[in-house]
Write a protein that binds this ligand. Structure first.
Ligand SMILES: [Zn+2]
Length: 394
């Protein structure tokens, strides 16, 4: 059944469409906006006036005439508003302040100290302090900070802000969004870290409308963008590929199951493969564990190279499963293990060749931007606050 839309909602949608068009195609004239969006000239003119009053759009000079007067060109004022994004990991927290184009204006990383008994209070205090620092770093602007996005390493329901489980932090069933909303005057959004990474990958590559972002580190998660929209699933936990079985009756996992992908292709797995190859220098998955293994491999440590090869094969098996099920335009590889990209990529490609069906074998595997998750968290907060403009097709 067709949905009824009232005049005010329609105007807001049209305004989002105009804003999105200016943002994507600056510099652009009013007539070009009308031609691109299909809106009539009078509507475009009136909405542009509103957006100029709000300082989201500015006039920047004259374009070429196609006969008659030269058209005035418009540009999106990306520094009219900001959002904050946090990537909360078990080893560190990265915080970014991004403008309305997703450009990072300020970033800071602090190590995570999971000491203490009350993990939830500890996380709340840390997130609050880091987000407050980012807000204080925002330059003067007409609209200030519009919202805060928090990326968490676990199962999160974006729609109600409920955390089902952060398996490597020992947190279950937590309404974190409500707790954070009490602490800030701007809206707070929480999402899975891989979803945030996927959203950033899409915003940085807007023609890649079908993609998967794999976050591989302490655990493995995936964010899925289909047709330019994040796919979160019915209860918000789509993309839990880390807990798909790749070895029947294999190693027990934190989720309670056996043989999950992340038991064979995450950082703990690399520790096991190092031991199997006679490398005993590493006892724990400390903060710069992967970087140290890569440095040793670069110096010719054969055991380290072999351990990375084994890890790459298992990572590639899971990626081939994803390519077979979703047939994306590209797979973006992020998370801490992506620091070993040089050693892992040949194995990922060879597993893709061996394990995926012929039409998807050439799926590009691309290295994600290292701050993707925090940038994506800020991007989701932007999409949810700035007229929901990211959800309007251009
Ligand atoms: Zn599992």
């Amino acid at each position: 059944m067709a949905q009824r839309i009232d005049a005010s909602t329609m105007r807001q949608l049209n305004k989002a469409t105009v804003l999105h068009c200016v943002r994507a195609r600056s510099p652009i004239s009013r007539i070009e906006i009308a031609e691109t969006t299909g809106l009539n000239k009078a509507t475009v003119s009136s909405l542009v006036d509103e957006l100029m009053d709000e300082q989201f759009v500015v006039e920047v000079g004259y374009g070429h005439s196609k006969g008659g007067r030269k058209p005035i060109l418009l540009e999106f004022n990306a520094d009219a508003a900001f959002t904050v994004g946090l990537d909360v990991q078990i080893t560190h927290v990265t915080t970014t302040l991004c403008n309305a184009n997703g450009t990072v204006r300020w970033a800071h990383t602090v190590p995570m100290d999971m000491g203490g008994t009350d993990v939830q209070e500890h996380l709340l205090a840390l997130i609050t302090a880091q987000a407050a620092n980012a807000m204080a770093a925002a330059p003067p602007s007409p609209h200030g900070v519009l919202g805060i996005g928090i990326a968490l390493p676990g199962m999160v329901n974006f729609h109600n802000g409920h955390v089902y489980m952060l398996p490597n932090m020992g947190v279950v069933d937590w309404d974190i969004r409500s707790a954070l909303m009490e602490r800030f005057r701007v809206p707070v959004f929480v999402d899975n870290d891989a979803n945030c990474g996927a959203w950033a990958a899409y915003r940085m590559n807007p023609t890649t409308k079908n993609l998967v972002y794999i976050s591989a580190g302490i655990g493995i998660g995936a964010g899925i963008v289909i047709g330019g929209q994040l796919y979160r699933g019915s209860r918000g936990v789509a993309g839990e590929y880390g807990h798909t079985t790749i070895v029947a009756m294999g190693v027990r996992c934190t989720c309670g199951n056996y043989g999950c992908w992340e038991r064979y292709a995450a950082e703990e797995s690399l520790l096991c493969y190092l031991a199997e190859n006679g490398v005993t220098d590493f006892q724990d998955v400390e903060e710069d564990f992967v970087e140290k293994v890569v440095r040793a491999a670069n110096k010719g440590n054969h055991g380290c190279v072999q351990a990375l090869v084994t890890l790459g094969r298992f990572l590639g098996i899971g990626m081939a499963n994803i390519a077979n099920t979703l047939n994306p335009d590209a797979v973006f590889f992020g998370g801490h293990l992506s620091h070993a990209y040089k050693y892992l990529l040949p194995q990922l490609k060879s597993s893709m060749d061996l394990k995926s069906v012929q039409p998807v074998r050439e799926t590009p595997i691309l290295l994600a931007n290292s701050d993707s998750v925090a940038i994506g968290a800020a991007g989701i907060a932007l999409a949810e606050t700035l007229y929901q403009s990211d959800f309007v097709e251009n």
